[in-house]
Design a protein around this ligand. Structure first.
Ligand code: U2F
Length: 564
């Protein structure tokens, strides 16, 4: 069956069910974005022409909303608990639906079991039951439930699962044996999935797929209207929970901010004003999402105190013409030194409250400063008050951008076929590489037809030998490119080292998340023995890593040029 774009979302709203606060929040959001989704569907339909798209049977099992996993969020929806995840799930459902796929949505274990065709209590059934879905979107909680209740089918069909994973899972933490041996411990388990099956809220690491969410798009008239009605002295503080106001040292920078601006908050409270919030702050309490957007439209500044990390609100603020001011973290926060990240399956270092805002958007929309340095902080406030900005939303966070990305994933990502075969050219003397003059840069110049069907297409591969201590994520960015883990197999050969003129004294195959790499003392070249461990993330001063990079579309880092 061909997938046909949909523009009427009322059937989706029915599919989403009712009752829970979280579902009510999500449905309101979906309703509000209907016009934007419809427009996006038209755009993408035009762009794709009459390219054939198969309709997929998709199960969406939102594990964290099930009572069996404690449904930790529903009771907190009205209290300022993380709405970020609900924003994302609402948008994923809308995107899949608008793309024309057939959807089932489950938010309880019972519904999950009946949809999987597994009778209750038959979780350990030795037989594999045919799975009626091409794709399953779930989260870590849902993954655990499926493992418990699918019996042997879980192993057989896990390649069809996609895990929505806010902060990401690095390959070293995903591989059970390796993680256990080398102390990559996590609270979330080791699943031996293809790391691209984990889908993140921001493009944290190219080892995972970037899923994202959407934010409101404004037309030119609305943009102008917002610019004209901005109060240049109005600031809104990021965060809905009172605890963020307990941050140490905030008195100093709050006093400075208060000298120049009227400070507004959206901190949840029950009957009286939260004692953590100083009297000079105008607190609105937790607002319904549309009212929060209205507040952002009037404000000049959206200011972060260091928490929450990497949520949707700063993008909404910037989309509504605010400047986002946030603190730099020095040293950076990570699972090694900060409670919030502890036990999460990543060692990524977070250099500010919202690294995406800092690195992908930046000035004039985003200012990242040292809050302990009063002069720097005060200078930023003054400069911001005098800076004019247009509302801005990165393309990848528009409905069209998200639709395009999910479409590409559904068409091209297939983790059930095993790693793509390495073209024979990589091992022969037929020279699949072209050497750049400085001999540190390899260009893939082989006819793409030799790896037909590879995605992203191999012609976008550019290989670099990273400096010692440099991760492939950074090495690629240094060249205006992004690391592409699915290209690692093409570099994992003696021939690749040869072409890079790396003087290998010897070559060994080992299991290591930094390989392929060149080790200096000993001039040894190491190749990767375990394809699941190919990793863009990670560095050691001992190694110069061999890095597969690719180009990307402006504003859509998940896709290369010619990737659609
Ligand atoms: C993040 O979760 P949060 O829910 O704290 O993320 P935010 O960026 O604060 O915003 C989520 C939504 O809440 C909305 C706002 C955002 O779309 O429009 N909102 C609202 O409806 N009313 C208000 O008064 C204020 C905001 C992140 F997403 C999670 O992954 C993290 O776990 C969490 C903790 O760091 O932060």
């Amino acid at each position: 069956v061909q997938a046909v774009f949909r523009s009427n979302l009322s059937h989706l709203l029915e599919l989403m069910g009712s009752g829970k606060e979280s579902l009510i929040f999500m449905k309101k959001r979906t309703r509000r974005f209907t016009a934007q989704w419809t427009k996006a569907a038209k755009h993408l339909a035009q762009k794709l022409g009459d390219a054939r798209r198969d309709q997929k049977q998709i199960l969406v099992h939102i594990g964290f909303l099930t009572e069996e996993s404690g449904d930790v969020f529903s009771p907190r929806v009205l209290k300022g608990g993380p709405l970020g995840e609900m924003v994302q799930w609402a948008d994923i459902l809308a995107a899949l639906y608008v793309l024309g796929h057939s959807l089932r949505i489950t938010v309880s274990l019972k519904e999950l079991q009946s949809n999987l065709g597994v009778p209750p209590g038959r979780g350990n059934c030795p037989l594999t039951v045919p799975l009626p879905f091409d794709l399953i979107y779930t989260d870590y909680h849902g993954l655990q439930q499926m493992k418990q209740h699918m019996g042997l089918s879980f192993k057989k069909y896990r390649c069809r699962i996609r895990v929505i994973d806010t902060f990401g899972t690095e390959p070293a933490y995903n591989h059970e044996e390796y993680a256990t041996l080398h102390g990559y411990r996590t609270n979330w388990g080791y699943w031996n999935l293809n790391p691209k099956q984990f889908m993140t809220m921001f493009p944290h690491t190219p080892d995972n797929s970037f899923m994202g969410f959407v934010s409101e798009e404004l037309n030119e008239t609305e943009k102008q209207l917002i610019k004209d009605s901005k109060a240049s002295n109005m600031a809104v503080v990021y965060g809905k929970e009172a605890s963020i106001w307990k941050l140490q040292g905030k008195e100093k920078f709050l006093a400075i901010l208060n000298k120049y601006m009227e400070i507004h908050g959206t901190v949840y409270y029950e009957s009286q004003r939260p004692p953590e919030v100083p009297a000079f702050v105008k607190n609105h309490g937790l607002l319904p999402q549309p009212e929060f957007q209205q507040l952002l439209r009037k404000a000049k500044l959206f200011i972060g105190f260091g928490f929450p990390y990497e949520g949707p609100a700063p993008l909404e603020a910037i989309a509504n013409g605010c400047i986002f001011l946030q603190s730099r973290f020095s040293p950076p926060h990570s699972s090694l030194n900060h409670e919030f990240f502890r036990g999460k399956p990543t060692s990524r270092e977070v250099f500010s409250q919202h690294p995406y805002a800092e690195n992908f958007i930046g000035k004039p929309h985003v200012w990242t400063v040292d809050y302990n340095n009063s002069e720097e902080f005060e200078a930023a406030i003054k400069a911001i008050m005098n800076t004019q900005v247009d509302p801005y939303l990165p393309y990848e966070y528009t409905c069209t951008g998200m639709l395009e990305r999910i479409h590409a994933y559904i068409q091209h990502q297939d983790f059930c076929v095993g790693p793509s075969p390495v073209p024979s050219g990589a091992h022969t003397s037929q020279s699949p590489f072209v050497l750049a003059p400085n001999a540190t840069h390899l260009e893939w110049a082989q006819n793409i037809s030799s790896v037909a069907g590879a995605w992203p297409p191999t012609h976008s591969l550019r290989a670099w030998l990273a400096a010692p201590g440099r991760a492939c994520t950074d090495a690629c960015l240094d060249h205006g490119l992004v690391c592409e883990p699915s290209f690692f197999p093409y570099l994992n050969s003696q021939d690749a080292f040869l072409k890079l003129q790396v003087p290998c004294d010897s070559t060994e195959w080992e299991m290591h998340h930094l390989y392929p790499a060149f080790a200096h003392p000993g001039q040894e070249c190491y190749l990767q023995k375990e394809p699941l461990l190919f990793s863009c993330a990670g560095a050691s001063t001992k190694y110069q890593r061999l890095c597969p990079c690719r180009d990307f579309l402006k504003g859509q880092v998940a896709l290369c040029q010619g990737c659609l």
